[in-house]
Write a protein that binds this ligand. Structure first.
Ligand code: AVI
Length: 328
């Protein structure tokens, strides 16, 4: 639930707005400037992201869906009878349906998402399509520890985290998330996780620099959001989208580049930009199969099957929780 506090001038702001404002001030005062990617996903940003997933250049969604379709039977066999599937982030209902349709022996599905409204709508839709499945939505930020519904009891749990969203976490954050998941799902649990793979730089850079400019609009929408929600005065024409592949760090970096020397007010403060200075808005880490497996091993997950497409563009890992892992 969101707590509402009042500023000295009597304007009510929620704790979510306060956190957004604090992150924007800290990020724009930092050197180099940065903003957390989680703020991309307001209503407009979520719609733009949906459009990104259908772009010809943006291969991850298409290819991961193909892998899940091709291997649904094999993956379903790994899922124990009467299992509960816990999905981290519930934005990918098409992929979820592929998994659940192939595994009618799964009894319960727990989508975990920060947006209660979105969860409620998805739950109704899924329940209509799969009336025998028990759906227990949990409204929570899955990057932090959260509680699963008590009624799950001791049924075996399976984690599902498609989309390579793990790639948007810094490696230490990914480690923490994987540890939390291991502690929550329990020893021996299965974790089905989609991970985008290292590949030729031009394929990667095109995926984040689409011809239609949807990724640019997605990136710039962050400034629109600051203008609308935090009294920002960003002139969008003064900034440009840039996405490039950082080969050393194996990550796509997204930036907003200031096209001129300028001062911008937001959150009641003023921020100076040099010409060419950037706001670093997102990292999307790419792994090799082995680099991800070794990362997962360090966070309490043993290696299992890996499913890839013919071009080796994307991977779906079936990890197995090694034992009791202390959450950090
Ligand atoms: C959600 N996430 C996995 C996307 C990615 O590819 O890193 C976000 C995205 N950013 C720009 N395009 C897509």
């Amino acid at each position: 639930m969101s707590i509402v506090v009042r500023t000295p001038r009597g304007v009510a702001i929620s704790d979510a707005e306060r956190a957004f404002s604090d992150d924007v001030v800290a990020g724009l005062q930092a050197e180099p400037k940065r903003l957390p990617p989680k703020y991309f996903y307001d209503q407009a940003g979520s719609e733009l992201f949906q459009r990104i997933t259908t772009l010809p250049e943006y291969y991850p969604t298409r290819i991961e869906t193909g892998i899940l379709e091709a291997h649904a039977g094999e993956i379903a066999k790994l899922l124990p009878h009467d299992a509960t599937v816990v999905e981290f982030g519930a934005g990918s209902s098409a992929k979820t349906r592929i998994l659940l349709r192939a595994a009618p022996h799964v009894s319960t599905y727990v989508p975990v998402d920060i947006s209660g409204e979105f969860l409620a709508a998805e739950t109704v839709r899924l329940q209509q399509d799969m009336p025998d499945l028990r759906v227990l939505p949990v409204e929570a930020d899955f990057t932090r520890p959260f509680l699963l519904p008590a009624e799950l009891g001791n049924r075996p749990r399976v984690g599902f985290f498609p989309g390579s969203t793990i790639g948007n976490f810094e490696p230490h954050e990914a480690n923490t998330m994987l540890r939390h998941a291991a502690a929550m799902l329990g020893p021996g649990a299965l974790f089905i996780i989609g991970v985008d793979l290292v590949k030729e730089a031009d394929v990667l850079t095109s995926a984040y620099n689409d011809e239609a400019g949807v990724t640019a609009a997605f990136n710039l929408n962050l400034l629109t959001r600051i203008n609308r929600e935090l009294g920002g005065e960003f002139n969008l024409a003064g900034f440009r989208h840039r996405a490039c592949y950082n080969q050393q760090q194996c990550r796509i970096e997204m930036h907003l580049v200031s096209l001129a020397r300028q001062k911008v007010r937001a959150c009641g403060k003023s921020f100076d930009f040099r010409r060419g200075e950037t706001i670093h808005t997102e990292n999307s880490y790419k792994y090799t199969i082995e680099s991800f497996r070794s990362h997962a091993r360090g966070a309490g997950w043993g290696n299992g099957a890996v499913f890839v497409d013919a071009q080796n563009y994307f991977s779906v890992h079936a990890l197995r929780a090694k034992g009791v892992v202390k959450a950090v």
